[in-house]
Design a protein around this ligand. Structure first.
Ligand code: ZN
Length: 258
């Protein structure tokens, strides 16, 4: 038996509900045991190498009540819906970079730590607090970084498109829209979860709204607007298709209940 098999047998002997799918992953860089519930309800036990199988089984047994709540919840969400947990090593994507969550005592509520971790990734440091406080801090960070990115990357298109005095904001737009251009306010609003998607897709949404901001004649998504989008971004249709796929996997701020 492989080390992985030994753990799987130890967990199988717990007699957990048969409908639960439990997988184990041996993680060389991990020091502590952890459990993740994937969208759709698949459970993964993350195990530092060499951990005693009895200890792993005990750990999973103690998580049973928590699993009952969260497996059920994850199973009822859309299959690819992303739900985050406030544990070290949880992955967050922001502007095309992957970050490992690191909970720290003190310091700013949430910040990016540029020094790479042993995993090679950078860390998203969050001051340990109530889950809702940490959630809001991370969303605040997405909004702040997203806004700075949009202003910087929007500028060349503003110049090319003859757009003047455009304003940007990043906030929550609910579940149906990634961006809005408000004609009266000459304001581009972007949905904060957008900034967790691949960079090509973020660029597409920005360009989509900036094409509206050039105030082309005709219908909002009519031929004149489409001509402007294509002038800005020749491969926009591919990126639009990618958005439809990536959008289903976006983190919309959902977190596991503690
Ligand atoms: Zn539009």
């Amino acid at each position: 038996m492989t080390e992985q098999d030994v753990y799987e047998v130890a967990i199988a002997e717990l007699g957990l509900p048969a409908e639960w799918t439990i997988t184990v992953a041996i993680r060389p860089r991990r020091r502590l045991l952890a459990i993740e519930v994937q969208p759709g309800g698949v459970v993964t036990v993350l195990i530092p190498p060499g951990t005693d199988p009895g200890k792993v089984a005990d750990y999973v047994r103690r998580q049973r009540a928590w699993l009952t709540t969260n497996v059920d919840r994850a199973a009822h969400l859309a299959p690819a819906f992303t739900v985050k947990r406030w544990v070290d090593g949880e992955r967050f994507d922001l502007l095309g970079t992957q970050y490992d969550l690191r909970l720290v005592e003190g310091g700013p509520a949430a910040c990016i730590q540029r020094d790479p971790l042993p995993s090679g990734r950078q860390s998203l440091q969050v001051r340990r607090a109530q889950p809702e406080v940490m959630r809001r801090a991370v969303i605040g960070l997405y909004r702040e970084h997203g806004l700075a990115w949009a202003r910087e990357h929007g500028l060349p298109y503003e110049l090319r498109g003859g757009i003047q005095q455009l304003r940007y904001e990043v906030r929550d737009l609910g579940r149906r829209r990634w961006g809005i251009y408000n004609h009266a306010k000459h304001l581009v609003t972007l949905h904060w979860p957008l900034f967790g998607l691949p960079i090509e897709v973020i660029e597409y949404v920005l360009v989509h709204e900036l094409a509206h901001a050039t105030r082309p004649g005709g219908r909002p998504h009519g031929p004149t607007w489409r001509w402007q989008v294509a002038a800005f971004m020749p491969d926009w249709r591919d990126r639009q298709a990618d958005l439809a796929i990536a959008g289903h996997r976006a983190w919309m701020g959902e977190c596991h209940q503690p």
